[in-house]
Design a protein around this ligand. Structure first.
Ligand SMILES: Cc1cc2nc3c(=O)[nH]c(=O)nc-3n(C[C@H](O)[C@H](O)[C@H](O)COP(=O)(O)O)c2cc1C
Length: 372
């Protein structure tokens, strides 16, 4: 019986269970993108807490692709060196370290959420005094001013597009050096790659805009470039928004997601992590427990690729049912892992019938907590 606690091999990497720490931005670097003690403790705690995969937050492949000046980065060898002790620790705890590779596109150059999350201009006038930068986007005209403000925007030209592909390739190489075993390309939530996918934000008339083939070209080129340098024995994931939730207009939807998932599988992508939305303020998102599961199911039924689901999963039994009922291969858990870093151990306690097996899943240092 395949269930939440059963192991699974993706290529040659064995995941001890189906529980993934969903990528979650911490905005906790100095403005140089280097991992700090916060990252070590935050990610390390969730590895101690029994997650099968511990995925980093959106990690910028290029400084222009940071959401805020405090985002984690992987555009230099020094970044990889700083991440190495973290991947080592996650592995020592029996978890699999993963990295989400990201470029924020039009949503870059903002203050941190707790500093207002407003766009910051290049002249150092952000509320925290931070300086922003010119952001990259497929079609600057697609964005209305945000509270009267627009970030400084640049329409991506051919050189920029090639630069982004190279940045992803380089980031994947450095991720390998840092000891990661799973790479995930972030193509969801209204960031650069999703902006290219959706006709709402992609008004281009060149090879990267218009038809489905053209709008998906950049994501496919990046998947191929990453796959070239990411070893054959290690899995590659892509996070997609299954829909823009903008049914009243021509937009990105689940049919296109299924088609792209199949194309990506043919390029060597092993799992599509199905999220949704994040592109446009008028999105009508239903929310609630399991609200994105039907999108994941559609991809699982229609494309030849493994599928992760995410969103509103808070209980071990709920996550277990998703795997047992064949609705997803992996379950990504976000906010519940912020509330409870030991969600994985909690799941073992709730779901595992054999008390000895539960004890074995606890770190030796903590085992007295579950011994009679
Ligand atoms: C604090 C926070 C930061 C997030 N940062 C990211 C991110 O870096 N990359 C990403 O793909 N999603 C990000 N998300 C979305 C989560 O990965 C997840 O998809 C979302 O929270 C829904 O899952 P949940 O209901 O289990 O929290 C973030 C969510 C939160 C709460």
């Amino acid at each position: 019986m395949t269930d939440l606690l059963s192991s699974v091999s993706l290529r040659d990497v064995e995941l001890p269970n189906r529980i993934v720490v969903s990528p979650m931005c911490q905005y906790s670097c100095e403005p140089d993108g280097t991992a700090t003690e916060w990252h070590r403790v935050h990610l390390g705690s969730r590895a101690v807490g029994g997650a099968g995969v511990v995925m980093t937050e959106a990690t910028a492949v290029d400084p222009v692709g940071r959401i805020t000046p405090h985002d984690l980065g992987i555009w230099s060898d020094e970044h990889a060196t700083a991440l190495e002790p973290i991947t080592e620790f996650v592995r020592d705890q029996g978890g699999v370290p993963g990295i989400q590779l990201a470029h924020a596109g039009h949503k870059a150059s903002k203050e941190r959420p707790w500093e207002g999350h407003v766009p910051i201009q290049p002249d150092g006038t952000g509320p925290s005094g931070a300086s922003g930068w010119e952001v990259l986007t497929p079609s600057p005209e697609a964005y209305p001013p945000f509270d009267g403000e627009r970030p400084a925007m640049k329409k991506a030209d051919q050189d920029d597009i090639e630069g982004v592909i190279d940045a992803y390739r380089g980031a994947a190489e450095r991720s390998l050096e840092a000891g990661f075993e799973i790479a995930e390309i972030h193509a969801a939530h209204g960031y650069l790659l999703h902006e290219f996918l959706s006709p709402v934000t992609n008004h281009r008339e060149d090879d990267y805009g218009g038809s489905f083939e053209n709008r998906t070209r950049l994501v496919r080129e990046i998947a191929s470039a990453v796959r070239e340098v990411w070893p054959d024995d290690k899995p590659l994931f892509v996070r997609l928004s299954g829909t823009d939730w903008l049914d009243d207009r021509e937009s990105w939807d689940i049919d296109q997601t299924v088609r792209l998932a199949d194309d990506l599988a043919a390029l060597g992508v092993d799992l599509v992590d199905v999220s949704s939305g994040g592109l446009h303020p008028e999105q009508a998102v239903p929310g609630g427990p399991n609200f994105q599961v039907p999108l994941a199911e559609r991809v699982r039924e229609g494309a030849d690729v493994a599928v992760g689901t995410v969103g509103g999963v808070t209980e071990p039994e709920q996550a277990d049912a998703l795997v047992r009922n064949g609705r997803a291969d992996l379950v990504f858990v976000g906010r519940e892992f912020l509330r409870d870093p030991y969600f994985g151990l909690r799941a073992a306690g709730d779901l595992e019938r054999d008390p000895e097996a539960v004890r074995d899943q606890w770190p030796a240092q903590y085992r007295r907590a579950v011994q009679r």
